[in-house]
Write a protein that binds this ligand. Structure first.
Ligand SMILES: N[C@@H](CCC(=O)N[C@@H](CS)C(=O)NCC(=O)O)C(=O)O
Length: 217
């Protein structure tokens, strides 16, 4: 019997849902998955099912959590290994997760997540390229300090979950990336949970496809 539910958008497009879903699965929560197809903004069914009108939204054993960073903290109470054990590294992990949560709008607006899309060379607006430069600097520092293949070493953690949709965007839009970033992209893409999300996205019905994401301007 599931101990709650996780409300998410459809897997092809919902980048924030990917974060929440990864965190919940990494923490091993037993929750029912409720998938609502995105309508391209202000989806009535999402408004009706969630406190803030946004996915992901988690209910678990009487607790409710929304906003992906709050879901990360909730999951990390149950699975503390989602954040690094070392205090200094943990501060770094929380900071880059918060920076991701709060920013990178240029990247998000110009290179939307579409797991089935392939738009190499497109979307390279200056504000997207500036965000990508900052993301690559974060990745380079963390991979250098902690040795990879994930941002804080051998385990895929909460910081990696926060950046997983960026990886998906990079695979779709193929901006120029440094070799270390490309290696990180591959490490994230081949993580079993990320691979499972991609596989499940590929099974979504054609009626859920949205013109604005399939044929971006
Ligand atoms: N800051 C929120 C952002 C959540 C968000 O914007 N989710 C999008 C889907 S990826 C959403 O629910 N949009 C409303 C809609 O499409 O109806 C979080 O961290 O969870």
């Amino acid at each position: 019997m599931p101990e709650g539910r996780l409300v998410i958008g459809n897997k092809r497009y919902s980048s924030w849902s990917l974060r929440g879903w990864l965190l919940v699965h990494l923490a091993g929560l037993d929750v029912e998955e409720v998938v609502i197809p995105l309508a391209g903004g202000s989806t009535p069914a999402i408004k009706a099912a969630t406190p803030a009108g946004l996915v992901p939204y988690l209910e678990h054993r009487g607790a409710a959590a929304w906003e992906s960073l709050a879901i990360a903290e909730y999951c990390a109470e149950i699975a503390p290994g989602l954040w690094p054990a070392d205090r200094v590294a943990r501060a770094q992990a929380r900071s880059v997760a918060a920076e991701m949560h709060a920013g990178f709008r240029g990247l998000r607006m110009n290179m939307p997540m579409n797991l089935g899309g392939h738009f190499p060379g497109r979307g390279r607006a200056p504000e997207a390229l500036a965000d990508i430069a900052r993301i690559e600097a974060i990745w380079a520092e963390l991979l250098g300090v902690h040795g990879g293949p994930f941002l804080f070493g051998t385990d895929f953690g909460a910081a990696d979950a926060m950046f997983a949709p960026v990886v998906a965007r990079f695979l779709t839009w193929e901006p120029e990336l440094a070799p270390a970033s490309r290696a990180y992209v591959q490490a994230v893409r081949t993580h079993p949970l990320v691979a499972r999300w991609y596989d499940e996205a590929a099974l979504e019905p054609a009626e859920w496809l949205l013109e604005k994401y399939e044929n971006p301007a």
